[in-house]
Design a protein around this ligand. Sequence first.
Ligand SMILES: Cc1cc2nc3c(=O)[nH]c(=O)nc-3n(C[C@H](O)[C@H](O)[C@H](O)COP(=O)(O)OP(=O)(O)OC[C@H]3O[C@@H](n4cnc5c(N)ncnc54)[C@H](O)[C@@H]3O)c2cc1C
Length: 511
Amino acid sequence: MRTHAQAVVIGGGVIGCSILYHLAKLGWTDVVLLERDELTSGSTWHAAANIHGLHDSTNISRIQHYTMTLYNALEEETGQSCGVFQPGSLYLAQTQEREHQLRLQAAKAKFYGMNFYEVDRAEAERLHPLVDYDGIRCIMYEPDGGNVDPSGVTNAYAIGARQRGAEIHRFTPVTATVPQPDGTWIVETPKGNIKTEWVINAAGLWGREVAQLAGITLPLLPTEHQYFVTEAIAEIVAMDRRLPSVADRDGEYYLRQEGQGLLVGAYEKDVRFWAEDGTPQGFGHELFADDLERIEDNMMRAIDRVPAVGEAGIKRVINGPMIWSPDSNVLYGPHPDLRNYFCCNGIIPGFSQSGGMGLMAAQWIINGESDYDMFAWDVARFGPWADAKFTKARVGDQYAKRFAIHFPNEERAAGRPVRTRPVYETQKAMGAVFGLNYGWEHPLWFADTPGVQDTNGFTRQNWFEPVGQEARMLRQTAGIIDISNFAKYVVQGAGAADWLNAVFANTIPKR
Ligand SMILES: Cc1cc2nc3c(=O)[nH]c(=O)nc-3n(C[C@H](O)[C@H](O)[C@H](O)COP(=O)(O)OP(=O)(O)OC[C@H]3O[C@@H](n4cnc5c(N)ncnc54)[C@H](O)[C@@H]3O)c2cc1C
């Protein structure tokens, strides 16, 4: 084992292996991955591994698009099968708002040069004849959608990294990470220590425990998550092609072909948290007991939409853990309290995002910044205020509403308030409608009466008129804006004024 490295990646799941691969690909070949067990020993091995290209966020869409195109190239490069099936994905809208969301996504896809477009019912019936399309208002098709083999993908990243000189040590748990005065780290394992420039926490289900080794607390909490696979279905056996997957978000389930049967997974309302006090060190390739009753409502909606699901027997149920952040986005990037410590924790769509996540991490570590702005993922968005109570409330809400439409400017109530300023009650009595900003409740706008909440939607909402009135009032007369939640920066030194004048539309007053 090397005793010196440019970077040590902790965790051999799909994410750790992708980061290692991309570091090596960008030229850092003196890199090591340490895995406490076999590769894939966390959430990775039992994932349904569906892949999708589109996301509500622009840069995350780009990352997912890159990931989807990478798998075939990776297979070719390494000779390791990634088990890529891309029979396409059908997205169904049952409501006007879902239709609006899908049409927005189709417009964005056009802009990114991605394939995502509307198909009519006849075409959808040809693509997936087992779906009952009654009550569906709009159908979009993503020809590149599909699924991959989780362990194939992880091993392909590992092979690609090794081929470029990276080292991987399995059955090598990291037992300590010790920061050095010069900003480097000593990573300790029972097989020896490594002095490294960077530590990368990609420990998945054990992200909290590995963070603790460096003295930091990450707001993460695992939940159970289930999917089942049916026995063979005669219509599928008789087909000479693979069926597209079905994204019926209004039905709150996902569905795709697996073997000659169907796989159905669900995000149920009755969330089950797991390992609240810490993920057991000895946990490995294990699953929880089946509990299909908990996802019965979702299952019934899947059966209504695809009756063949109800007619086939159930062959296998997977109930495994996945670990969430409070907003279900990855905790990503250099940790603000440490030097050269990169987090990549709490990933839900690991197979849709692994490639881009690895590439952006490698760019950020090697070049000091990534090609895309990763603001939405930055680990710095949470601080100690995101405590265990807040994390549990938010994770529960995220899980249960995984497939709900998340509208622009959405403010979610779960776990709030966390931090309030002395003026909070006064503002509330004045009709303030609050948003959450780094844990603080801050007024977004003022309603005529106290207790009003933001409405959500893609069209103009209840804040539109009052906010217009506030803006007019400020322009024509006077007003006070509470901006105590805004970040404050000190810009100083020779050239500070010139730089600020170049950055701002206004001119900096002379001192
Ligand atoms: C039932 C289910 C279905 C899913 N379906 C999908 C899907 O359809 N599509 C999709 O994109 N995603 C899906 N996911 C999510 C996906 O599995 C995860 O996003 C992904 O596997 C996360 O990978 P990871 O590498 O971050 O973590 P993990 O897979 O948890 O890997 C972490 C690794 O770190 C190692 N480790 C921990 N501590 C140490 C230590 N101290 N020293 C050394 N090594 C350590 C562990 O042994 C483990 O191998 C699903 C998850 C579940 C549970």
